[in-house]
Design a protein around this ligand. Structure first.
Ligand SMILES: [Fe+2]
Ligand SMILES: [Fe+2]
Length: 142
């Protein structure tokens, strides 16, 4: 699986976990939140160590990559704020709405704008190698 398919598969899972948290009742909210948080942070880290570490080395893709890395940091900040609030509070739901909007916008931007540039600068063999490495970092089959 090359890096593009790997990231697309992860993003599909992230979209599903967001839907799951949105649909979760009070009893399931903690579990659904933890599942989303753990997977999202793991995805961001793995993406940074592979896809973006490679893209920052290409002048045409560097600005996009830096912008995406910055947004990962913003998601982490919102998650830290959510961790400090009671999940039953209205404020927590407001923060989740913010996280959801930011993350969905971010993954759309990655799939559209960043992929378009990345497909131009990454040779097929490199894209394959990055996909395998990203899978390994996440602990999955790749
Ligand atoms: Fe990302
Ligand atoms: Fe991503």
């Amino acid at each position: 699986m090359d890096i593009f398919d790997k990231i697309l598969a992860d993003h599909g899972k992230i979209r599903g976990l967001i839907d799951g948290l949105e649909a979760a009742g009070d009893d399931e909210r903690c579990e659904a939140y933890t599942a989303l948080k753990d997977f999202l942070l793991c995805h961001h880290d793995a993406e940074q160590e592979t896809f973006f570490a490679e893209l920052v080395q290409h002048a045409a893709a560097r600005d996009d990559a830096m912008h995406m890395i910055e947004e990962h940091g913003e998601h982490k900040k919102i998650i830290e704020q959510m961790d400090a609030i009671d999940p039953r509070a209205d404020r927590w739901e407001d923060k989740f709405a913010e996280l959801k909007d930011d993350v969905l916008h971010h993954i759309d931007e990655e799939e559209e704008d960043v992929f378009a540039v990345a497909r131009q600068v990454l040779p097929k063999s490199v894209a394959e190698d990055l996909g395998v490495r990203m899978g390994r970092i996440e602990g999955g089959p790749g």
